[in-house]
Write a protein that binds this ligand. Structure first.
Ligand code: BTN
Length: 244
């Protein structure tokens, strides 16, 4: 591929025309020893994967990238990187568009989902993270509709190459903040871009739908939800449209 974005110092790009999933290719490279900041980017994916076992439609025209991270932290902290990645995506949304992050790590623009993040980790014996693959799909020119969701898709506009370059730069910057300032700083930045505290939301937990008021994030990144039966701490699920 002819794309040659300017990447952060020490980062490298593996550019592919077509691949099943960039996450799988990045995991293969990570197992073979590729360093942090190796980005696998593909013009299209034939088997793009989303969270919760969903497909991620991946025709040419949008950005499909997977970045190898080596955070050297305990497995329990790997999920923090999803919030780091969501902030990095939010940073590349052009001024004048309304950007919000939505738990756990979606990015919404003008009320539609513009990006999704799929984190996949490899954990060593003893519980240290060997690597995390931060798979990020950004709608650049096509906004696929998501029938299982309550909100539409949205697209960023511009070119895939520009989106990739800006995303790599902001991901490196947000990672550095995470390393130096810790998850507390990331959490504050994320909350500043999230829907308002107290907003009515629904959260899908498998087959169960729980309604309540958005009460923020705890120190581990779990969603806090005030329900009629009291406060719930939710570690895995999907916050639906009403807070977007
Ligand atoms: C979601 O369900 O919201 C997460 C979508 C993640 C899609 C990206 S595209 C690049 C990377 N490769 C994949 O197969 N999935 C992620």
């Amino acid at each position: 591929m002819s794309l040659s974005p300017v990447l952060p110092d020490g980062w490298t790009l593996v550019a592919l025309d077509s691949v099943g999933s960039t996450n799988d290719e990045a995991a293969r490279l990570a197992e073979a020893g590729a360093s942090e900041g190796t980005i696998v980017w593909a013009r299209e994916q034939t088997g793009g994967r989303g969270r919760r076992g969903r497909n991620w439609a991946s025709p040419p025209g949008n950005l499909y990238s997977s970045t190898i991270l080596r955070p050297a932290c305990d497995a329990a902290r790997a999920t923090e990187l999803g919030f780091v990645a969501a902030l990095a995506v939010a940073d590349v949304v052009p001024a004048g568009r309304k950007v919000r992050v939505k738990w756990p790590n979606d990015v919404m623009v003008d009320g539609g989902k513009v990006a999704g993040i799929l984190l996949e980790s490899s954990i060593a014996q003893g519980g240290l993270v060997e690597h995390v693959i931060a798979g990020i799909g950004v709608n650049v020119s096509i906004a696929p509709q998501l029938p299982e969701m309550r909100y539409p898709g949205a697209a960023l506009g511009g070119s895939v190459g520009t989106a990739l370059e800006l995303l790599a730069q902001s991901l490196a910057r947000r990672l550095s903040e995470w390393r130096h300032d810790g998850f507390g700083a990331v959490r504050e930045a994320w909350l500043a871009k999230a829907g308002p505290l107290g907003a009515d939301v629904d959260v899908r937990l498998g087959e169960e739908l729980v309604s309540g008021c958005f009460a923020g994030l705890d120190r581990e990144g779990a969603l806090l939800l005030d329900t009629a039966a009291g406060r719930r701490r939710i570690v895995s699920g999907e916050l639906l449209g009403r807070a977007a």
